[in-house]
Design a binder for this molecule. Structure first.
Ligand SMILES: [Zn+2]
Ligand SMILES: [Zn+2]
Length: 115
């Protein structure tokens, strides 16, 4: 998973060292933050409601604090906006039926009479 801000990919940490990358949760999404972006990411990161830690992980539909183990339900994703120009349900057949009836009425008249 690349850094959520700059897209840098995480390199393997040196042997014996833990990775300087951090995990966090931003807008209910699990993210990875490279060392360069961490100062800027602080403002974005969600915090634990109980202990204020930013050491959170997202799992399934819950967000868990790794420091105090407080678990809460994640906010649901907002429903996607309906696509513009979506087909309206129903009505097509009736309109075609009426058009055919009108055609018959209008077309039936005017068989040569008079002249
Ligand atoms: Zn970054
Ligand atoms: Zn906590």
């Amino acid at each position: 998973m690349p850094c959520y801000r700059c897209g840098t990919r995480q390199a393997d940490p040196e042997a014996g060292k833990s990775s300087p990358w951090r995990r966090g949760v931003i807008r209910e999404h699990q993210v990875l933050i490279c060392p360069a972006c961490q100062p800027s990411a602080l403002a974005d990161l969600s915090r634990c409601a109980r202990c204020g830690s930013m050491h959170l992980i997202r799992r399934l539909d819950q967000v868990e604090c790794l420091d105090c183990r407080l678990t809460r339900d994640a906010e649901p994703e907002p429903p996607p906006a309906p696509a513009p120009g979506a087909p309206a349900a129903g009505g097509g057949d009736l309109a075609a039926e009426v058009a055919r009836a009108l055609e018959r009425l209008l077309g039936g008249r005017g068989a040569s009479r008079g002249g």
